[in-house]
Design a binder for this molecule. Structure first.
Ligand SMILES: C[S@@+](CC[C@H](N)C(=O)[O-])C[C@H]1O[C@@H](n2cnc3c(N)ncnc32)[C@H](O)[C@@H]1O
Length: 145
């Protein structure tokens, strides 16, 4: 089972597009307990400081980057199942991306694909995949191979 209450998304920048906000809200409703923290955008080094300040000592840092590891959704489900009751913080960068030093600190880096997405879309894709993982782990019909 996915422990959404043990997952936080720390995202640089606001979601301005209404249709993206609506999509994120829809998946968040389906993942009770999931928290999204928005940080102001500035430059990657300052943003990294703010992210470090926001991270809790008991949270595992997972940075999102197109250079990270790609997973099939079933593999992502297995990865998150193995995290058990660990607390995870998925971090999404702003327009200029994440500071390399912060990325180097991550327990793992998640790539949503080799393509670069605007941070707003990366957030939407991430919450949809977390919902998908939840349904995979619960054995629901949402995900079809
Ligand atoms: C507009 S992108 C930043 C692009 C920037 N050139 C870079 O080097 O990261 C904003 C953020 O969205 C997330 N993102 C965009 N595309 C992604 C992808 N394919 N996989 C994972 N995260 C992605 C990353 O966290 C990234 O920092």
């Amino acid at each position: 089972m996915l422990r959404a209450d043990r997952i936080r998304i720390i995202a640089v920048g606001r979601v301005r597009k209404g249709w993206v906000r609506e999509g994120v809200a829809l998946y968040c409703q389906r993942l009770p307990g999931l928290t999204i923290v928005e940080l102001r955008d500035s430059d990657p080094r300052r943003e990294a400081q703010a992210i470090r300040g926001e991270l809790r000592s008991d949270e595992q840092l997972v940075t999102l980057s197109e250079e990270g590891r790609t997973f099939r959704s079933m593999e992502l489900a297995e990865q998150l199942r193995q995290c058990g009751s660990d607390r995870l913080a998925f971090v999404i960068g702003g327009a200029d991306g994440l500071d390399p030093a912060l990325r180097a600190q991550a327990r793992w880096q998640l790539s949503l694909s080799a393509l670069t997405f605007p941070h707003e879309l990366a957030r939407l894709l991430l919450v949809e995949q977390l919902y998908r993982v939840q349904t995979i782990l619960q054995g629901g019909p949402y995900h079809r191979e």
